[in-house]
Design a protein around this ligand. Structure first.
Ligand SMILES: O=C(O)CCC(=O)C(=O)O
Ligand SMILES: [Fe+2]
Length: 393
């Protein structure tokens, strides 16, 4: 059920209530987005231990000095071994806990290579930052950005360092506004503007009514249909993944007039100039996803695991069709939302927005979310990811 806190009719804070059983089930399963870093200059393999059978299941490889992000639950165990040597050659294992999401694997015991050691020290420093950050702020993060102008400015060309430099002197522009805040990290639309929510209003995201008309939503689906393919996910980008069983495609802003409209609506929602919403600046193409019965996208973050400079900081979800029944599944779930587990299917034409980054530019672990399995009918959703280039400390 949804609760309206705003009488303007523009937007509605959204709250989901759950059955006792659902809450219990969620409390039991504590999702953790685990980031694993390999300090070695060689490939490694990793395995997941099935808690029932203790069997080790191959999960994939991690590149030399690479990172792997995987959706997991507290209590899970992962085992690491040099590539192609089999799990018997295990050199490390990770017991996933709720308190920790960044795991740095050890170097080879006899490794005395200076560069490797230096790299390993850097990773440990990053881990210290993440842990210290959590102690200081009470908020879990995954990686570091120390660009203090992070939220203040969207330069016309955010890949151009001098454009970013110019932002230092400008007043916070509309993209930043009061909209971007850490605590509580929740917003709603009021007269087309994003407003910081009052303290105590603890939703993670807000819902916008009628972001698209039914006609527009149908049109977006019909543009996507002929192009749609099995979704890829995972560290290597090109892996068919069982964390993501849906099909997807991308639609360009120039693809059709309805796409131009959609981008302009998105600009209105964020209260920024539509001229900054192009794939080379600040926003990706619209990603359209179709989920059939049983398909899902398990818990994940939208920001990248390796802290590379293009980080998705805001996600805007356009729901393109309705659930066929209240128990049809396919909601977007936020297992770490501040008031507990939240799930939402906003309904055809409506939109939900959430932030993946904290005000200081660090990744917000609490933005963890999942597309729950569809149980009846199908689900169509369109997503815009807004990003901003920043340099890592
Ligand atoms: O389908 C949804 O509800 C969310 C999908 C999502 O989180 C993603 O693709 O990143
Ligand atoms: Fe996502």
């Amino acid at each position: 059920s949804s609760v309206e806190v705003d009488s303007s009719g523009e937007a509605h804070a959204y709250e989901e209530t759950h059955t006792y059983e659902e809450e219990e089930e969620m409390a039991e399963l504590r999702p953790v987005a685990v980031v694993i870093k390999n300090p070695r200059s060689s490939w490694i393999d990793y395995y997941w231990q099935n808690p029932e059978s203790n069997e080790l299941l191959y999960q994939g490889k991690i590149d030399p000095r690479g990172t792997s992000a995987t959706s997991s639950y507290a209590g899970h165990v992962f085992v690491f071994a040099p590539a192609k040597k089999g799990p018997e050659k295990e050199f490390a294992r990770v017991h996933v806990t709720e308190e920790k999401n960044l795991y740095i694997l050890p170097l080879e015991e006899d490794n005395s290579n200076e560069n490797d050691i230096k790299y390993y020290q850097q990773l440990l420093e990053e881990q210290r930052f993440v842990e210290d950050y959590r102690k200081r702020t009470g908020r879990p993060t995954h990686h570091v950005s120390s660009n203090e102008y992070f939220w203040k400015c969207i330069p016309e060309n955010s890949q151009d360092p001098s454009a970013i430099e110019k932002c230092r002197d400008t007043q916070p522009v509309s993209f930043a506004l009061e909209a971007l805040s850490t605590e509580p990290k929740v917003f709603r639309i009021n007269n087309g503007r994003l407003k910081k929510k009052k303290k105590g209003e603890k939703n993670l995201f807000f819902k916008k009514k009628q972001a698209l008309s039914d006609f527009e939503a149908d049109l977006v689906i019909s543009l996507a249909k002929p192009k749609i393919k099995r979704s890829l996910a995972g560290t290597h980008g090109g892996l068919v993944s069982n964390t993501r069983t849906s099909r997807n495609t991308w639609l360009d802003r120039n693809e059709h007039l309805v796409m131009e409209t959609l981008y302009r609506r998105a600009a209105d929602i964020l209260n920024i100039s539509e001229s900054v919403l192009y794939p080379d600046k600040n926003v990706e193409q619209l990603q359209v996803v179709n989920y059939q019965v049983g398909q899902e996208y398990t818990s994940h973050h939208d920001f990248g695991a390796d802290g590379h400079p293009q980080q998705r900081m805001i996600t805007l979800l356009f729901y393109l069709n309705n659930q066929t029944a209240p128990d049809a599944g396919g909601e977007t779930a936020f297992p770490k939302a501040k008031n507990g587990y939240l799930k939402v299917h906003a309904g055809k034409g409506n939109a939900v927005l959430f932030y993946s980054m904290l005000e200081d530019g660090n990744a917000d672990d609490l933005s963890l979310h999942a597309a729950l399995p569809v149980k009846k009918g199908e689900k169509w959703i369109g997503m815009l990811f807004f990003f901003f280039y920043f340099t890592k400390r």
